[in-house]
Design a binder for this molecule. Structure first.
Ligand code: 5AD
Ligand code: SF4
Length: 470
């Protein structure tokens, strides 16, 4: 139950695979991406920036001259995974050095931001540590590292990193596929008491409309059919419009829906407090906007919601869901849940289960509360014992899984549009995406990748659907 959300702590991609580039003597970079889609997006843009310096992407760490770990800090184990990966990289670096080959190691992302110098101390093989706000300075940091410096750059830069990070030219984008992420907003001012994001990604920054439209048009020119707008708090986006006044995300969606050739729009992750009427109106009016909404609530008990500083009650959340469903009756909802927040009683947990019953989710992501140093939650008394968290998580996930399967079953027999994305596991099969973000297996020709076709859903399996061409 952990995919396709700005919520992951599992490795998101093994290596960032881009199209081949010219130039035989170029250096090679291997990027390992952990965490959410924003890291996937950032890895792509770093790769583009490094390409200007002659770095070609590789999927084979063995041949890499530079290895970047783009890290996630949302939950505890993620950082430990990074340190053990760095241990293995140190051995590889030594081995390569013995063969007379240099390999540089860089750590980027939220662990880089949070740990900074500490990474250099714990992992002496690391050459550069770069936080998410300064990726445009990565090529320069690598130049300094080549001269023997160990570089840490985790400032919140005043300059706009997006203005300095290139977007790859058409052909490279085409090689990446028919769906793409586009970061429109970064950072968070909400300060939920469990969450490190306001500290690792900084305060909310919204990219201006013109920059976003330009990037979206480039992606579409390169063959992209579906764009997912990204932000830690994407619906708090308030970028400058053409005359300088701030737009809301709803307005941006109406504007992007006008781009010829752009067939599908999505956005993630949203906060209930920022679901305004214009955005709900976009769900009602825009066929391009897919009927799927990730709207985390975290807990169903008002006491816990308050302690989490979520700034809404469960009744307010339920009323919001109702309003959204009136606007777009076929919308599928997804959420994030935390069990075992400090002070959570059995009764509080029951309230969460009850809220889930009332909403009926198509998809969800759920986690045991994990203490993040520096967040207010870490100082709270009444930490919940591990075995209680485990037991609650199991019950919660069983309920969510039941709902997810029930939702998939309701799709059987329906005629739906799917966007054909990539080859399937069997020859002659492709994998497409339903409007509700489910993977759909269908017999189709490779030349149809990028097409949106009409299919009838015939069956379900654990994580995907089967369909027949109409
Ligand atoms: N412990 C457990 N889960 C967390 N999340 C964020 N911080 C924590 C934490 N300290 C979850 C929330 C959030 C998602 C991105 O990760 O559910 O929505
Ligand atoms: Fe973290 Fe809350 Fe901000 Fe989401 S809204 S990124 S959970 S602080």
């Amino acid at each position: 139950m952990t995919k396709d959300s700005l919520t992951l702590d599992a490795p998101a991609t093994d290596a960032l695979q881009l199209g081949p580039r010219d130039g035989s003597n170029s250096r090679k970079v291997f990027i390992k991406t952990y965490g959410c889609q924003m890291n996937v997006y950032d890895s792509t843009r770093m790769s583009d920036a490094l390409a200007r310096d002659g770095y070609e992407p590789t999927e084979d760490m063995e041949e890499a001259d530079l290895v970047l770990l783009n890290t996630c800090h949302i939950r505890e184990k993620a950082a430990e995974k990074v340190y053990s990966a760095l241990g293995r990289l140190r051995d590889m670096k030594k081995r390569k050095a013995a063969d007379g080959r240099e390999m540089m190691i860089g750590v980027t992302g939220c662990v880089a931001q949070a740990e900074g110098e500490e990474i250099l101390r714990r992992a002496p093989a690391v050459d550069v540590v770069i936080g998410p706000q300064t990726y445009h300075r990565l090529p320069d940091a690598l130049r300094r590292a080549k001269e023997g410096q160990r570089v840490v750059d985790t400032e919140y830069a005043i300059e706009d990193k997006f203005e300095h990070l290139p977007i790859a030219e058409k052909t490279k984008i085409r090689a990446r596929g028919v769906t793409a992420f586009l970061t429109v907003q970064e950072g968070c001012d909400k300060f939920c008491t469990f969450c490190v994001v306001p500290y690792t990604r900084g305060s909310e920054v919204s990219r201006p409309v013109a920059q976003i439209v330009e990037e979206a048009e480039k992606l579409v020119d390169g063959g992209v059919r579906e764009i997912t707008l990204l932000g830690q708090n994407v619906n708090a986006w308030h970028g400058a419009g053409p005359t300088g006044q701030a737009w809301s995300l709803g307005n941006l969606l109406y504007r992007l829906a006008e781009i010829p050739g752009l067939a599908r729009l999505r956005y993630t992750t949203s906060h209930p407090r920022d679901m305004d009427d214009r955005l709900i109106g976009a769900h009602r009016d825009l066929r391009t906007l897919m009927p799927y909404l990730h709207l985390p609530v975290q807990a169903g008990s008002d006491r816990i919601l308050k302690a989490m500083n979520r700034r809404h009650t469960s009744a307010e959340y339920l009323a919001l869901i109702e309003k959204i469903r009136v606007a777009r009756p076929d919308i599928a909802l997804s959420g994030d849940f935390i069990v075992g927040f400090p002070g959570e009683t059995d009764q509080d947990f029951e309230d969460t289960l009850r809220l889930i019953e009332e909403v009926n989710y198509a998809q969800a992501f759920s986690f045991k509360y994990s203490t993040r140093p520096g967040t207010p939650g870490a100082d709270l008394k009444d930490q919940v014992p591990e075995e209680v968290k485990t037991e609650r998580l199991e019950r919660l996930q069983a309920l969510l899984l039941k709902q997810q399967h029930a939702f998939a079953e309701t799709c059987v027999g329906k005629v739906v549009d799917i966007l054909l994305e990539k080859p399937g596991r069997m020859p002659g099969q492709l994998i497409g995406r339903s409007p509700w973000l489910q993977s759909v297996n269908v017999d189709a020709k490779a030349s149809q990748i990028g097409d949106i076709i009409n299919v009838r859903i015939t069956g379900t399996s654990t994580n995907s659907l089967f369909a027949d061409l109409l």
